[in-house]
Design a binder for this molecule. Structure first.
Ligand SMILES: [Fe+2]
Length: 481
C-alpha cells in the first residue's frame, strides 16, 4: 500500500515537472516579434538591418551570421534598441543589428543569441545589384487576419521574391501595436509555410508605404498605440521632411505624456518616413504618402517628387508606390482621385509603373498620359469637417490601346496598377465581369478573388503576373525598353 502511495506521489511529481517544462517551452520564445529583415535608412547590396521585438529587460543579445556561403561566422556590432513605452502596451524594445559585408544577391545564414544561447536561426538574402535578375511581390490591404491574407502570405513566400512591397494598409483597423501583434507578425513571420502564414519577413525585406489604416489615426489619447508604422519599419529617411500641421503631416491629438512617449519611440522617422525613395537592382522606387490629409497641390512635395525622379534617370526602371489609386474603376473609393494631380510629374520623370492599393481588388490601366484640370475639387468627409477625403480631378487622358503586353510591349504612357486584393474583404465583386461599369482607362479588372502581383525584372524586360489566392494566373503582361 505504502509503495503504491509512493509510486503515485512520484507519478504526480513527474507529471507536474512535465507540465512545467511544457510551459517553459511555451514561454521560452524570447520574442514579441521574431527577427525580420529591413533595407534600413541607407540601403545597399552589402548590408541589411535585422530587427526584433523583445520585453523591456536588459538582456545580452547578439547576432551571428555567415556573410559568405560556407564561410566563417561573424558577429554584428552590438545590437541597438529603442524602447516603446506607450500607454496600454507593456513596454518593449525594438532591437536592431546591422549585417554588413554581404555578397549582393546571395543567401546567408544568421542566428540570434540571447545570453549566449541560440534562440533563432534563419536564412536571409542580400539585395541584388543592377546587373542581376530579380523578382518582387506586391500586395496591399493585407493585415486583416483573414484566411485569404494568410494564404497569400504563403503564396508570396513560395514565389521566392527578392523583396516584397506593400502599397499601404499594412495592418487594420488603425495601425496599432496590438493589431500588428495579432494580424501581422505571426502571419508574415510564421515558423512554417502553411495556410496560416509563412516565414517571409525573416527571409527577405518587406518595404511599405503608409495607407489610411496605417497613419490616419493620430489621436493618441484615444489610441495611444497608434502610428506603429513609425516604430517598426526601418526605411530610408531621404524624402521630404514634413512639419506637423503642415501640408504633409496632420496635427496629432496627444497629451504631453502620450506625445513624449510617441516621439521617443518614433524618433526622426515621424517627420521623414512618409515619403522616401530607394534603388533596388536596376530600378528606382519613389514611395509617397497618398493619404488625403496630404495637400497634393503643395509645391514642396511636387518638387521633391520631380527632383527624386530626375535623379533616377540612369535607372533602367522607375516605379512609384503609394496607397490611393488615381485611376480606379471600382465604385468603392472612385471619388478619391487626388493622386491624379501627380501624373504630369510622373510622366516628366519617365515612370514606368505605379503600384497602389486601397481599393480591394486588382486593376490594370491602359498605358496612359493625363492632364489634370487644375486642382480638381476638394472633398471633405462631412460638413464642417477639416479632414479632406481627397479630390475629384477631371481629366484629359490619352490611352495607348495598342499596347497588349505580349506582341506590343512598349507602352506609351504609365501603367497604373491597383493590387489591393491582398487580404481585406474584396470590393465590388459585382463589377468583375461588367466592363460597362469600368472607366475607359481600365484594361483589366478582377474583383472576385484575392490576389498578389509577381514582377520579374531581367534587364530591360519587366514581366508582371497577377496570381490569385488559388495559384491561378489572372493577368500577365510584359514591358520592354
Ligand atoms: Fe486604404
Amino acid at each position: 500500500m505504502k509503495s503504491t502511495y509512493i509510486l503515485l506521489v512520484l507519478l504526480g511529481q513527474f507529471l507536474a515537472a512535465q507540465a512545467c517544462s511544457a510551459q517553459d517551452n511555451k514561454t521560452d520564445d524570447p520574442f514579441i516579434a521574431r527577427p525580420y529583415l529591413q533595407i534600413g535608412h541607407t540601403p545597399s547590396t552589402e548590408t541589411l538591418q535585422l530587427l526584433w521585438h523583445a520585453p523591456d529587460a536588459s538582456t545580452d543579445w547578439a547576432v551571428d551570421y555567415q556573410p559568405k556561403a560556407n564561410g566563417p561566422w561573424k558577429k554584428t556590432a552590438l545590437p541597438t534598441w529603442v524602447r516603446v513605452d506607450v500607454a496600454g502596451i507593456e513596454p518593449h524594445r525594438v532591437y536592431e543589428a546591422t549585417l554588413t559585408g554581404l555578397t549582393p544577391g546571395s543567401r546567408f545564414n544568421y542566428r540570434v543569441l540571447k545570453a549566449g544561447k541560440v534562440v533563432f536561426t534563419a536564412e536571409g538574402q542580400a539585395s541584388k545589384k543592377a546587373d542581376q535578375l530579380y523578382r518582387f511581390v506586391a500586395f496591399a490591404d493585407i493585415g486583416a487576419e483573414t484566411p485569404a491574407q494568410k494564404k497569400l502570405a504563403s503564396r508570396a513566400y513560395l514565389a521566392k521574391p527578392d523583396f516584397v512591397v506593400v502599397p499601404g494598409d499594412i495592418v487594420y483597423e488603425r495601425g496599432l501595436i496590438s493589431e500588428y501583434r495579432s494580424r501581422f507578425w505571426p502571419i508574415y513571420n510564421a515558423n512554417q509555410v502553411d495556410t496560416a502564414g509563412a516565414p517571409l519577413l525573416r527571409s527577405v525585406p518587406m518595404i511599405v508605404a503608409p495607407g489610411n489604416h496605417d497613419t490616419d489615426t493620430r489621436d493618441l489619447d484615444k489610441y495611444p498605440d497608434a502610428l506603429a508604422y513609425y516604430y517598426y519599419w526601418k526605411q530610408p529617411l531621404n524624402g521630404i521632411t514634413g512639419t506637423e500641421g503642415g501640408p504633409l503631416i496632420p496635427t496629432m491629438t496627444a497629451s504631453v505624456d502620450n506625445r513624449k512617449a510617441f516621439l521617443e519611440a518614433a524618433g526622426e522617422a515621424y517627420l521623414k518616413m512618409a515619403n522616401y525613395s530607394f534603388d533596388y537592382g536596376n530600378a528606382h522606387w519613389t514611395v509617397i504618402d497618398s493619404n488625403p490629409y496630404v495637400d497634393f497641390t503643395d509645391k514642396g512635395l511636387q518638387e521633391w517628387i520631380a527632383a527624386d525622379l530626375a535623379r533616377a534617370q540612369n535607372a533602367t526602371w522607375r516605379f512609384v508606390m503609394f496607397h490611393h489609386p488615381g485611376f480606379n474603376s471600382a465604385r468603392e473609393h472612385y471619388e478619391q482621385q487626388h493622386t491624379r494631380l501627380l501624373s504630369p510629374i510622373f510622366e516628366a520623370g519617365n515612370v514606368d509603373v505605379v503600384f497602389t492599393g486601397h481599393v480591394h481588388n486588382y486593376q490594370r490601366s491602359f498605358p496612359l498620359t493625363f492632364v489634370p484640370d487644375k486642382k480638381g475639387v476638394l472633398l471633405v468627409s462631412s460638413m464642417g469637417a477639416k479632414m479632406a477625403r481627397g479630390r475629384v480631378v477631371n481629366d484629359q487622358w490619352a490611352l495607348d490601346k495598342s499596347f497588349n503586353g505580349t506582341t506590343n510591349t512598349k507602352p506609351k504612357g504609365i501603367i497604373y496598377l491597383v493590387t489591393g486584393a491582398g487580404g481585406q474583404t474584396l470590393y465590388n465583386p459585382e463589377q468583375n465581369n461588367d466592363p460597362d461599369s469600368w472607366q475607359r482607362f481600365t484594361d483589366k479588372f478582377f474583383s472576385n478573388v484575392h490576389s498578389l502581383t509577381v514582377a520579374d525584372v531581367n534587364g530591360k524586360t519587366l514581366s508582371i503576373r497577377q496570381i490569385d489566392v488559388n495559384g491561378k494566373e489572372i493577368d500577365s503582361f510584359t514591358i520592354t525598353k
